[in-house]
Design a protein around this ligand. Structure first.
Ligand SMILES: Nc1ncnc2c1ncn2[C@@H]1O[C@H](COP(=O)(O)OP(=O)(O)OP(=O)(O)O)[C@@H](O)[C@H]1O
Ligand code: SF4
Ligand SMILES: [Mg+2]
Length: 331
């Protein structure tokens, strides 16, 4: 296993109290595998990724429990200088906003070249050649000339390609991409996503793809982890999850996107709002919004039940969902 996150807990000290942003997240990514992490805004997707990368804001954030195993080593016990070596060289991150992730006063070529001079001890000349090669690889036209330009001189889509090039520069084993295409136009989104998927295949990297777009997931991911209120509520191979979700929240998400195979059917909307992280409901945290909720859901926190060898669902009544019993008004 490349990456294993086990029972991770992260809290933030806020004015309203302790915000429990991550509450026992468990997921894993195999070598060369793509795991999509899906969930509404505030469900803890980015905070989990920041904890894995070792770039969490501490304070106000704090990891209060769990383990993060990367290539068999527990990252949470590493010293900061060891951690820094892992980051960049063996795992890298692609962010939503390239403009704030790139250095505005360095040319793109210099920033890429720095990866090789700093981490690999390459000469300036070799590093420069590698930078141009990378820009070619992420299909930036006229790479040699454009290497001398600054980030703001590139379009959003091209900048995103540059950030992908930075992340891939040292051929890491794992890339975490946090909403890498959200800020782009729809057509550019598809191109950038395609590039990312293609490079991942070529370099056989593991990829954690954070997104709230169920549409992109089906084409690029092997497995999905669905998050709600700082925990994983369902994990499954992509196609199983699409065909038959095993958690009412996942079912709600799927029923709320237009799908060709369901043309003419009315779109469903999940009622209510995500919970406040300083006051997560007792029992199943989804119960105030769940159309299947019963008394037991208000008191008993569901474990991640084993649905099959490679599927889990944190719902007491996953069988009903799996049988495709329709959702209706809360009981
Ligand atoms: N720097 C911070 N200070 C205080 N609270 C924070 C901080 N960063 C995150 N949080 C808390 O953690 C929660 C989860 O945030 P996170 O960024 O992981 O959500 P997300 O699932 O990535 O959402 P989105 O889809 O909007 O990116 C937030 O709602 C917030 O309460
Ligand atoms: S445990 Fe109960 S409230 Fe939670 S998702 Fe399942 S049915 Fe809904
Ligand atoms: Mg986020």
């Amino acid at each position: 296993m490349l990456l294993e996150v086990r029972d991770l807990h992260v809290e933030f000290r806020t004015r309203e109290g302790i915000a429990k942003a991550v509450n026992g997240v468990t997921y894993s990514v195999d070598e060369g595998e793509t795991l999509a992490v899906l969930g509404e805004s505030g469900s803890g997707k980015s905070v989990t990724a920041q904890a894995v990368m070792g770039i969490l804001d501490t304070p106000p954030g704090r990891i209060t429990g769990g383990r993060i195993l990367f290539q068999g080593r527990d990252l949470l016990t590493l010293k900061e200088d060891e951690r820094r070596k892992v980051r960049g060289a063996r795992m890298a991150m692609v962010f939503q906003d390239a403009l704030s992730a790139l250095n505005p006063v360095l040319t793109v070529g210099d920033q890429l070249a720095e990866m090789f001079t700093v981490h690999r001890g390459a000469s300036r000349k070799d590093a420069r050649a590698k930078a141009v090669e990378l820009m070619d690889r992420v299909r930036i036209p006229a790479a040699r000339e454009r290497a001398g330009q600054y980030p703001h001189q590139f379009s959003g889509g091209m900048r995103q390609r540059i950030m992908i090039a930075m992340a891939m520069a040292l051929e890491p084993a794992l890339i975490i991409a946090d909403e890498p295409t959200t800020a782009l136009d729809v057509t550019v989104q598809a191109q950038v996503m395609e590039l990312l998927a293609e490079l991942r295949r070529e370099l056989r990297m593991g990829l954690v793809l954070i997104t709230h777009d169920l549409g992109v997931v089906a084409d690029v991911a092997d497995r999905i982890a669905v998050m709600y209120a700082g925990r994983i509520v369902e994990t499954a191979p992509v196609h199983d999850l699409y065909r038959a979700p095993a958690h009412p929240y996942t079912q709600g998400l799927l029923d709320s996107i237009p799908r060709l195979d369901r043309k003419g059917r009315e779109l469903y909307a999940i009622s209510g709002l995500p919970p406040s992280l300083t006051a997560i409901p007792t029992g199943c945290p989804f119960h105030p919004r769940c159309p299947r909720a019963r008394d037991v859901c208000r008191t008993d926190d569901p474990p991640l039940y084993e649905v099959s060898a490679d599927r889990r669902s944190a719902c007491h009544f996953w069988r009903e969902t799996l049988r495709k019993e329709p959702l209706d008004a809360p009981r």
